[in-house]
Design a protein around this ligand. Sequence first.
Ligand code: MG
Length: 297
Amino acid sequence: MQTRRTFGRGLVAGLAAIPAAAQQPAAPQGRAGGGRGNFETPEEYEKHPEGSPIPGQKWKVHDLKRPLPPKVTPGLPILSPAPPSDAIVLFDGKDLSQWVSGGGRGGPAGAPNWKIENGYGEMAGGITTKEKFGDCQLHVEWTTLQPTDPARHGQGRGNSGIVLMGRYEIQVLSGYNNPTYSDGMAGGIYGLYPPMVNPTRPEGEWNSFDIFFEAPRFEGEKVTKPAFLTLIFNGILVHHRVELLGSTSTLPLAKYQPHGAEEPLGIQGHTGPARFRNIWIRRLKGYDTGTELFQPA
Ligand code: MG
């Protein structure tokens, strides 16, 4: 039985619906949302003490006692590699034909509603890939913009996310000068790990994620291998093969729910504003997948 969380004051939008054709029997749901929404002060936090202790850590989910990662200024230019020859180009700045809209809150999936211009797409609702992926290397570039209402802050400012397998969110958020709880910062594995350092660039400037993801394995209901994630953020290692404990973004801490070996990749449609460009992915197939042998002379 799946439950939908109702806190977060309606901010759980975004990846609201994986297209029906892409669904596993008991899989996707709109779990890629914002969790605590805009609870930004200790007083608000104390009113909403849902944060569960995180197994293996001394922190709770969204723990305001957890220190903020130190700022690091990345070297420029940021990493912006063109796709290698074995990559699947998911967005080249021109069209989103590899994606479908989440369709809002459970509505029908359709063509993404994003505005595409000048080599980028501007987030307008969540989108998911038509194709499914498991173990992968993923490159994404993104920027957030100053919102029309400059009073928007914290999780309400530039919020989107890269949602691996429709479940495991790496946070996209204005992070240069926009305080929020540490495990909800840009580059954080939402509700689980802040980035080790914060290399986020100012709103309007581009950032890059290079993600290396090992999908979890299941046998029936049992997790036989958890997911592991590495993230290079603007050229800086901020997660180094950390173990994921389950799907992100829920309170209390989510547990794994079995899903397919491959699932659609999502970009969360949260509050924005956020833009994306140069998205490509490589399936990681392991060693010894070649077919040729060395022929000694
Ligand atoms: Mg998000």
